[in-house]
Design a protein around this ligand. Structure first.
Ligand SMILES: C[S@@+](CC[C@H](N)C(=O)[O-])C[C@H]1O[C@@H](n2cnc3c(N)ncnc32)[C@H](O)[C@@H]1O
Length: 259
């Protein structure tokens, strides 16, 4: 997919934009008051990243893709207000000080929840879609909110643009406490999600046995995989211990690495 980068109509540019361009390798096209559809047809691009003070937004036709922590904020708020523990935290048994490796970062909601509960420990999020990694990384860096607990959790996350197999293969034994996978579901849960920007941009490959073996070597405590219960993925990967999430169509498969 050809993607270009430009500014908003106000032509706002800062040093972060230059750093974003250098990191993402996207071609910069000066806006010069042109509409996005016009730029899209002039440069024959399918997507345009527009740079705003609050972070980059990728436009694909009528749809937008940008970092926003709303789901993570709601999940953490539920715990803060009512003491209800998030199913991810229960499945992963996240404790303060745990080092958490998220092998499938996506929009980073699970990483943010994990970061909040590890309370300042190392949280790394791996994303193999280069454009998603760049948008989420810079969206996280520039996100502003009045709640320090949310900002601290977001800023605790290191985003790495890479395939999880190669990253895992280069790590030492037991380098993280928890290694987590949330691969794309074979079929979206809701029909409305079928053509969402995330589904268009994401890597849809299933988790391989090789990646799982590496994860088991790298995790000190446990490897956890989130999957659709009916997908057959737990059986394919030989995972026997399965615990429920808040949505019974989705479960967490658990490999205990301490046994
Ligand atoms: C379902 S999304 C994850 C959602 C995420 N848990 C959240 O809370 O926002 C899966 C993500 O993993 C990424 N992904 C899939 N295979 C990957 C791989 N081999 N290495 C790194 N990232 C991968 C996809 O591109 C996609 O963004």
């Amino acid at each position: 997919m050809k993607i270009i980068a430009t500014t908003s109509l106000s032509d706002y540019i800062d040093d972060n934009f230059y750093a974003f361009l250098a990191e993402s390798g996207l071609q910069y096209i000066p806006r010069q008051n042109r509409s996005l559809p016009l730029l899209q047809s002039e440069y024959q691009s399918e997507g345009i990243v527009v740079w705003y003070k609050g972070g980059p937004v990728l436009f694909i036709g009528e749809q937008k893709f940008f970092f926003h922590p709303n789901m993570a904020k709601n999940r953490i708020s539920l715990y803060r207000k009512s003491g209800i523990t998030d199913p991810l935290v229960t499945a992963c048994e996240i404790k303060p000080g745990d080092r958490f490796l998220d092998c499938t970062l996506g929009l980073g909601a699970d990483s943010i929840v994990a970061a909040y509960f590890t309370q300042g420990s190392r949280v790394t999020g791996l994303e193999s879609s280069p454009i998603m990694a760049a948008i989420v990384e810079w969206g996280m860096k520039l996100y502003q909110h009045e709640s320090p607990w949310l900002i601290n959790a977001i800023q605790q996350i290191e985003v790495v643009k890479c395939d999880h197999y190669s990253y895992l293969s280069n790590l030492g034994d037991k380098f993280y406490d928890i290694v987590y996978f949330d691969p794309m579901f074979r079929k979206p849960l809701l029909k409305s999600q079928a053509l969402s920007p995330l589904r268009i941009l994401a890597n849809h490959e299933p988790v391989t046995q090789e990646s799982l073996q590496q994860a088991c070597r790298v995790a000190r405590k446990r490897v956890v995989i989130k999957e659709q219960t009916s997908s057959g993925e737990f059986e394919r990967l030989g995972i026997k211990k399965i615990v429920g999430s808040s949505n019974n169509k989705i479960n967490f498969g658990i490999i205990d690495c301490t046994e």
